[in-house]
Write a protein that binds this ligand. Structure first.
Ligand code: NDP
Ligand code: 8X3
Length: 250
């Protein structure tokens, strides 16, 4: 039977690349994000390959999340695969200089938003006694680096929630996995540096960073293992990276 995947943060980067590879493989898609133009363009592109619907909401607001998920058409209500991918870093400042608005955006989006979406979708998975959840963490979920403070804290929370989901959902036959990428060249750094394209470019200069498709391929591999196989947690670096802060730049 054809499966349905619900992908948050599908308008860009890792989420978009995951939507593309899922569509190639005939997985029905619920694509989410805030930017309607990008959602609509992707829907048009991927509808040629699979069934697609889109949901526009800001993951930080629980009413928006609930209303959007409740509004799904009947044939998209049954979610087999949830990709908890939406998220961003906002700023890169020491703890004493950080902006409280940036902290709110990261805690509200990366942690609370992930919980709001998960809560709405897990209840149905539990009823179905099946499902697959892939949580996108980060190397920042495993290592705290200078000025990473609140972004790292938000991703350590994702790591903890990933473990918690696996434990609590184990008896309901729901598989739970996390992927923790190092540097991936997406809109991520542009968002972190508030639209400063030059500064963002420097993050990926002097080495070959991961591309969104590299992570999407891994997500697809993870969700296509036989039913008795659950990959717990993968850390993925570009070859030039050895830790959150060690990069072999030429
Ligand atoms: P992008 O900035 O390219 O994509 C982020 C996605 O998240 C967009 O689709 C954006 O959609 C969505 N999003 C962000 N905030 C919200 C919000 N408040 N409500 C709804 N959707 C939101 O970055 P990546 O693809 O790189 O990031 C995807 C995930 O991967 C994130 O969780 C990030 O932390 C993680 N990650 C990224 C790494 C990297 O180096 N790039 C490394 C490790 C982890 P829209 O703006 O349309 O709402
Ligand atoms: C994104 C990678 O190293 O900027 O999560 O935290 S990093």
């Amino acid at each position: 039977m054809q499966q349905t995947a619900f992908i948050t943060g599908a308008t860009s980067g890792i989420g978009k690349a995951t939507a593309e590879i899922f569509a190639e493989n005939n997985i029905n898609l619920v694509l989410c994000g805030r930017r309607v133009d990008k959602l609509k363009a992707l829907e048009q592109q991927l509808s040629k390959k699979t069934k697609v619907t889109t949901l526009q909401f800001d993951i930080r607001y629980k009413e928006q999340v609930e209303n959007a998920i409740n509004s799904l058409p009947e044939n998209f209500k049954n979610i087999d695969i949830l990709i908890n991918n939406a998220g961003n870093a906002h700023g890169l400042s020491s703890i004493q200089d950080g902006s409280i608005d940036d902290w709110d955006a990261m805690i509200d989006g990366n942690v609370k938003g992930l919980l709001y979406v998960s809560k709405a979708i897990i209840s149905k998975m539990v009823k179905n006694n099946s499902g697959f959840i892939v949580n996108i963490g980060s190397i920042a979920a495993k290592q705290v680096y200078p000025n990473g403070n609140v972004y790292c804290a938000s991703k350590y929370a994702v790591d903890a929630l990933n473990k918690a989901m696996r434990i609590d959902l184990n008896k309901h036959n729901i598989r739970v996995s996390a992927i923790h990428p190092g540097a991936v060249e997406t809109e991520f750094s542009e968002v972190r540096f508030k639209g400063d394209k030059e500064r963002a470019k420097q993050v990926y200069a002097g080495y070959k960073p991961l591309q969104a498709k590299d992570i999407a391929d891994i997500i697809y591999f993870v969700i296509t293992r036989p039913y008795h196989v659950n990959i717990e947690d993968l850390v993925v670096y570009p070859t030039a990276q050895a830790s959150a802060t060690i990069l072999n730049k030429q």
